[in-house]
Write a protein that binds this ligand. Structure first.
Ligand code: ZN
Length: 133
């Protein structure tokens, strides 16, 4: 088994994984009211429209919640719920920080990791770590 369980794109989220493979985060946006949503859905939860548009995220957000994910035979990972500046919440992993350094609400930024086996996944790290601005 590889390091991660690979994504299995469907017709609804193929665009998302295509963008991730290019190092971009792209979300559905309602073509009528402009609401950004994730995970991808055929209908807008805000206005019921079927009109679809997409919106590219800058990859900046804050940490909403996190847990330590343990799996036999693999390193522990930090699973994190991120609220992106665009307003969508996104489940990912938090990297580049010790557990003691994690704070709810801390700013995080997306980066893209080659997980092997042709799988690229978005991951998040604290925005303050190493960047400096
Ligand atoms: Zn809408």
């Amino acid at each position: 088994m590889g390091a991660v369980i690979p994504p299995l794109p469907t017709r609804d989220d193929q665009f998302f994984w295509d963008a991730v493979a290019e190092g971009r985060l792209v979300f559905q946006r309602c073509g009528d009211c402009g609401l950004v949503r994730h995970p991808p859905q055929p209908m807008c939860g805000g206005c019921g429209s079927l009109a679809l548009d997409t919106s590219e995220s800058a990859g900046h957000g804050i940490l909403c919640s996190w847990i330590v994910s343990s799996r036999p035979g693999a390193d522990d990972r930090i699973a994190a719920l991120i609220e992106l500046d665009e307003g969508v919440r996104f489940v990912s992993n938090l990297v580049g920080v010790d557990r003691d350094g994690i704070e709810i609400g801390m700013p995080v930024v997306a980066e893209f990791h080659d997980m092997g086996d042709g799988v690229t996944l978005p991951q998040f790290r604290p925005a303050s770590a190493g960047g400096g601005g």
